[in-house]
Write a protein that binds this ligand. Structure first.
Ligand code: B1M
Length: 820
């Protein structure tokens, strides 16, 4: 979708900045001190558990002002409105967003603070594909908050405690497009240095920087000492002011209170170290109070003016939410070219039929073959390109972790895809024509994307290196007007075939080296064009690739399925000192015979490693581990031709899910990929369910549920399938089911057996609670429990009547209860 809001370059002088002190802070010349926890203070003031804090702005604004005043007296220059959850979803009609922001800003202003920050927290619902909320719905919810905050007269928009890079992008875009206030944006990291959805600090900082926020950083979740290394990692990749608002350590319960384990003095000491590192904006989050802010204010007074020194040259970085491809002059990134329908009948057919599984498969294969970035082109004459490209990007981002290069000549398609892209995309491409630059550069600037710049203009592709460099220079200059620095540009000097004009290859190599040395850009090249019309194309491609890498090419666009091409890449990484200690090279080649040795079979190339996992590429295990839900039904049907349904589940689905869990545990798979694995397994289970029809119902009723707080339902669904197969009438209450709902169903349906599933240590207490309630209120009802987290002893300890290790055991138990 093309955005109706006209593009406006973003720079400090286009913003409404309250005064010179705030401007100095935004330029990193001055420090700024925020407030501490609002929730902590409200709880201390007796906020009832479950009460909505935002409504107190309306019911008792004086109480809110008193909290802000306490912070101002302690030294806070900025106070944050009590609007963390003031979005239309969470307010749910209890008040309007405008009312809450107006009252909250007034209460904050009344405290006498220098600046008021309008606070915007997460929406409380996950965005697609993990949740159900669409990106544009999220954008609209945030836009409503931003407009309300701006109308209420705040000085700063503070977007905070975000864990989903897609959600924070929606919020920042809404803030950029619906007000002209400075934007501060922070994300929340777990102890492993990633957000809940797997984003590390570098990717968060790079993405927010590219989007154009004024300050970025980290808040909540951990204490300042644990956050410090994450802040250092952000400082290393951004020139924007970095903000840290840590918790007062880790929480623990003391009676019915939550207590944090760091004293104000220790907190301030850790903040002092972060100020020395270069953090310039500080404050507190959960557990911090005015006592903490007072200590920080003392530390700040004792410090001299901040200085981050010279800003280093920044590298090119394309990112997904979890992985980045960085070109820093020493490294190269392989751009996989295979998702392009030109000349590929199978892909054309898949795109016309909306078969995105095939496209995702192509992406995963290239990831496994060593691509660092995937080019995505879906251009066909008879296709809705904006819709198809946006969908392709969404599907690929759900299954692979690689950054994407959005490849289209249609600006509407580019914008549709880049807008909801999670991370920093590369746009392929802009060229030197006025029309192209006017259409594409605003999109790149608006969404913080990088660009591929083609060295062609109204006169076509020039002959000489110098002419190509002049076009590149023109694009670089024009891009700068949009705030796009040279390091965000990959110049593509356009490879021509050597068969028709042999000297062109030399001109291109020369152009690459001139662009790299003179313009401060990086270079991409579609390598294989060089060999059109000549035999042994792979040989020529590989030779040209080696020469181009030597000339400065750092982003070759190639087919990673070509063993010879990848051999050149891996060996070049050794010679270019990118592969330190030749580790990757040795790992890849140590045990293989040298295919290029005299007398070797060089034309065959070294055997390509099939994929990251040890399973065959078309095995059920591999499809589950790579989240290929589109390919699972066919693979499951094929397996069912020779195997029993329970064999397929027990020997293929479950081991694959276990392996996914282990990889997740080891930090090698992130939540979105775990989710994709679960979805793939579910697609297989659906096929099995079709094949295993339920027996005639006998009226023997069983209520089944995954307990409160737990959304794992794959195991429960297998139990359901088997029970139905045995003729039981199953009332499946779903997942995340409250004890009261289960009791109500037991009474309503008059069932004799309740089956409960739990997969997490944190949700076993909810299972215990449910058992206690059912036994107390519906005596005689038997409770069967199962789930990977349970043991027979533990099941007995929490009062279960039966423990079932698997679905078959659950069926046997139910037969026993109902008497055979
Ligand atoms: Co998550 N998850 N997950 N997860 N997930 C686990 C359970 C975990 C062990 C992974 C890990 O860290 N190694 C871990 C729990 C750690 C712990 O507490 N011990 C975990 C975590 C931490 C999380 C999140 C918190 C991650 C996060 O957000 N940071 C989050 C939780 C959200 C929530 O619930 N509030 C989360 C989310 C998800 C997905 C949504 C991505 C997805 C679930 C999708 C879905 O179910 N619709 C998912 C998945 C797929 C897993 C793993 C990989 C696989 C679970 C599974 O389906 N196994 C899992 C790791 C693992 O178990 N190896 C993991 C296959 C299934 C057939 O087995 O359910 O055990 P199971 O069922 C068996 C038996 O146990 C038994 O029969 C079944 C068939 O034999 N059985 C019963 C089960 N219920 C029964 C009931 C009975 C009788 C038998 O009678 C009534």
């Amino acid at each position: 979708m093309t955005n109706p809001i006209p593009f406006k370059p973003r720079a400090l002088d286009t913003l409404r900045i309250a005064d010179d002190d705030l401007r100095a802070a935004l330029e990193g010349r001055r420090r700024l001190i925020f407030d501490g926890g609002m929730g902590t203070m409200l709880q201390a003031a007796g906020l009832a558990a479950g009460a909505r804090p935002e409504l107190i702005n309306l019911s008792d604004p004086g109480a809110i002002t008193r909290i802000h005043e306490a912070y101002v007296q302690a030294g806070s220059e900025v106070v944050t409105t009590n609007t963390f959850g003031a979005n239309a979803l969470k307010l749910d009609g209890a008040a309007t967003v405008e009312e809450v922001f107006a009252a909250a800003a007034a209460a904050a202003r009344a405290s006498g603070a220098h600046y008021v920050a309008g606070d915007i927290g997460p929406l409380g619902t996950l965005l697609r594909p993990l949740g159900t909320l669409d990106f544009e719905e999220a954008y609209e919810l945030f836009a409503e908050q931003v407009r309300a905050a701006a109308a209420s007269g705040v000085d700063i928009i503070l977007i905070e405690t975000m864990t989903d890079l897609s959600e924070i992008r929606a919020a920042v875009l809404a803030a950029k497009e619906c007000c002209d206030l400075p934007i501060f944006a922070t994300m929340t990291f777990e102890a492993d240095g990633r957000t809940f959805l797997g984003t590390p600090p570098e990717i968060a900082a790079r993405t927010l920087d590219a989007l154009g926020v004024e300050a970025l950083g980290i808040n909540c979740s951990l204490g300042p000492a644990q956050i410090r290394p994450f802040a250092q990692r952000m400082l290393a990749v951004t020139d924007k002011p970095v903000i840290v608002q840590a918790n007062a350590g880790l929480p623990h319960a003391e009676g019915d209170h939550t207590v944090y384990d760091i004293t104000p003095e220790a907190y301030a000491a850790a903040v002092s170290s972060m100020l020395d590192d270069g953090v310039t904006i500080v404050g507190g989050c959960c557990g911090t109070t005015p006592a903490y802010i007072r200590q920080i204010a003392d530390v700040l007074r004792a410090k001299s003016r901040p200085s981050r020194g010279e800003h280093p040259d920044r590298p090119f970085a394309a990112t997904s939410a979890q992985k980045e491809a960085v070109l820093d002059g020493r490294s190269i990134a392989v751009i996989g070219e295979r998702i392009n329908p030109t000349g590929k009948k199978r892909l054309q057919q898949a795109l016309r039929e909306g078969d995105f599984a095939y496209l995702v498969g192509q992406g995963i294969q290239q990831q496994e073959q060593g691509a660092d970035i995937l080019d995505v082109n879906v251009g066909l004459p008879d296709i809705d390109e904006p819709a198809t490209l946006a969908r392709a990007v969404e599907e690929l981002q759900a299954a692979t972790v690689l950054p994407l290069q959005i490849d289209s000549s249609d600006p509407a398609a580019i914008e549709a895809a880049v807008r909801r892209y999670t991370g920093i995309a590369v746009i392929n491409s802009v060229n030197g024509t006025r029309e192209s630059m006017d259409a594409v550069l605003p999109i790149a600037a608006r969404y913080g994307a990088n660009i591929v710049a083609l060295t062609l203009d109204e006169q076509g592709i020039p002959e000489t290196a110098q002419q190509r460099v002049r076009i590149a220079e023109r694009i670089v200059t024009e891009a700068a007007r949009y705030g796009i620095a040279p390091h965000r540009i990959l110049v593509d000097c356009l490879v021509m075939t050597a068969s028709t004009n042999q000297r062109q290859a030399l001109e291109i190599l020369h152009a690459v080296s001139l662009c790299r040395t003179r313009l401060g850009v990086h270079c991409a090249l579609g390598v294989s064009n060089v060999s059109f019309g000549l035999p042994a194309r792979g040989l020529l491609n590989a030779t040209f690739l080696a020469a181009a890498l030597g000339a400065g090419l750092d982003a070759p666009i190639v087919n990673p399925a070509s063993a010879r091409i990848m051999d050149v890449i891996r060996s070049y990484r050794v010679l270019n000192a990118e592969d330190e200690g030749s580790t990757a090279y040795i790992e890849r080649y140590a045990d293989a015979p040298d295919p290029y040795a005299a007398g070797g079979t060089a034309h065959v190339g070294a055997p390509a490693k099939a994929q990251a996992s040890s399973h065959a590429a078309d095995s059920i295990e591999h499809l589950i581990l790579t989240g290929r839900k589109g390919d699972m039904p066919a693979a499951t049907r094929a397996a069912l031709e020779t195997l029993e349904p329970m064999d397929v589940i027990g020997n293929h689905f479950i081991p694959a899910l276990n392996e996914a869990g282990e990889l997740f545990d080891a930090g090698k798979l992130f939540l979105p990929q775990l989710m994709a694995a679960a979805e793939a397994a579910r697609a297989g289970f659906d096929v099995i369910r079709e094949r295993v029809p339920a027996a005639a119902a006998t009226g023997r009723g069983v209520c089944l549920a995954t307990v409160k707080g737990d959304i794992h339902d794959i195991g429960k669904n297998i139990v359901r399938m088997l029970l139905e197969n045995y003729g039981f009438t199953v009332y499946d209450l779903g997942r995340d089911v409250a004890p009261e709902t289960i009791l109500a169903a037991v009474r309503e349906r008059d069932v004799r057996v309740v089956g409960l599933s739990a997969l997490m240590t944190t949700t076993v207490p909810a299972m215990a609670e449910t058992i206690e309630l059912v036994h107390r209120e519906a005596p005689g009802t038997k409770v069967v429990v199962g789930g990977a987290v349970l043991t027979p002893d533990y099941a007995a300890q929490i009062g279960a009547d039966y423990y079932a290790k698997d679905a078959a055991a659950a069926a046997r138990i139910c037969q026993e209860v109902f008497g055979g």
